[in-house]
Ligand binder design. Structure first.
Ligand code: SF4
Length: 305
């Protein structure tokens, strides 16, 4: 019998990979799509933690990661034993974890958040009088503490891509432009960069900001995130001058090496059932990791309905 294959691609993959996908999106959109997908095989052109999330939400499906090396620095910088000790040192706190984390990490969390709903979920917890610890992204947590005057203890890992954006390179790029300029940034970027931004938000949030931009059409818009999304932004608004934020003078070259491991060849093979199957998570591990994800999904359904 022919197997029904669904291919998902994150915005940070190359345009050719996005064209091979049934659904292109950010972490939240792809998680929701994976959960509902009536598929025998889900090919996840993204990174490992995303494929794990798809498997946790749709355990009946065979989930395949095209390249076994597609990890994420937020995962590799987090030692699970140390995380467990850290979590246990705050017994009266709620542990909120960014979705960019391994299944083991999620299982040690009370809530999972994405860059789209993190502000609202943490505000909701504080409104209920809860105390919160946040992991793994110290840039995102630092920004939330700064923006909302929280005092969340933070785990210390970074996205090696977004962490490269820096204030000095941005200042130099800004000075070189006489006309109007804007900066939009992903909250995985360092705080000095986020403080300069006209908009801080998720990948989809930034894409929507560009779609709805009605300012000066001659303005230069710098985008502090992975370069893949520039493709989608350019498709939506080809008339705008969109530039990736620099990481040093003259460089618009900051991309995620793990996302780019999703080559055409690897995705084609995965669609034929080859690649790295996410088959190593036990039912107990998946149940423990599913709980905080489901909490987030339920909140998002209620809050954004
Ligand atoms: S862009 Fe950063 S957060 Fe996203 S997968 Fe790559 S290393 Fe991880």
């Amino acid at each position: 019998m022919t197997k029904h294959v669904v291919t998902l691609a994150h915005y940070y993959t190359q345009p050719e990979i996005q064209h091979m996908a049934d659904k292109v999106g950010d972490s939240l959109e792809l998680s929701l799509y994976a959960k509902e997908a009536k598929a025998d095989i889900i090919v996840f052109a993204g990174v490992r933690f995303m494929a794990e999330t798809a498997k946790i939400l749709n355990p009946q499906a065979t989930v395949i990661l095209p390249n076994a090396g597609s990890t994420c620095s937020l995962v590799t910088q987090t030692d699970i034993k140390a995380l467990k000790n850290w979590r246990e040192s705050y017994p009266d706190h709620i542990h909120v974890s960014y979705i960019n984390s391994s299944a083991e990490h999620k299982a040690l969390s009370d809530w999972i958040v994405t860059s789209r709903n993190v502000d609202d979920i943490i505000a909701h917890l504080y409104a209920e009088g809860k105390k919160v610890i946040f992991s793994p992204d110290r840039n995102m947590g630092g920004y939330l503490n700064y923006q909302y005057h929280y005092d969340m203890p933070l785990w210390s890992a970074v996205c090696e891509v977004h962490d490269k954006f820096n204030e000095t390179a941005l200042n130099e790029a800004f000075v070189a432009i006489n006309g109007e300029k804007y900066l939009i940034a992903h909250p995985e970027s360092p705080l000095p960069v986020l403080k300069k931004a006209d908009y801080v938000g998720s990948t989809s949030g930034m894409l929507n900001w560009i779609k709805q931009f009605n300012g000066n059409q001659q303005a230069v818009i710098f985008v502090a995130t992975e370069d893949g999304i520039l493709y989608n932004m350019g498709l939506a608004r080809p008339e705008l001058d969109l530039r990736q934020a620099p990481i040093y003078a003259g460089c618009q070259c900051n991309s995620c090496p793990y996302m780019k491991m999703n080559t055409i060849e690897a995705v084609k093979l995965a669609q034929q059932g080859q690649g790295e199957p996410i088959d190593y998570l036990s039912a107990t591990q998946m149940d423990a990791a599913r709980l905080p994800i489901e909490r987030m999904l339920k909140f998002s359904e209620r809050y954004y309905a």
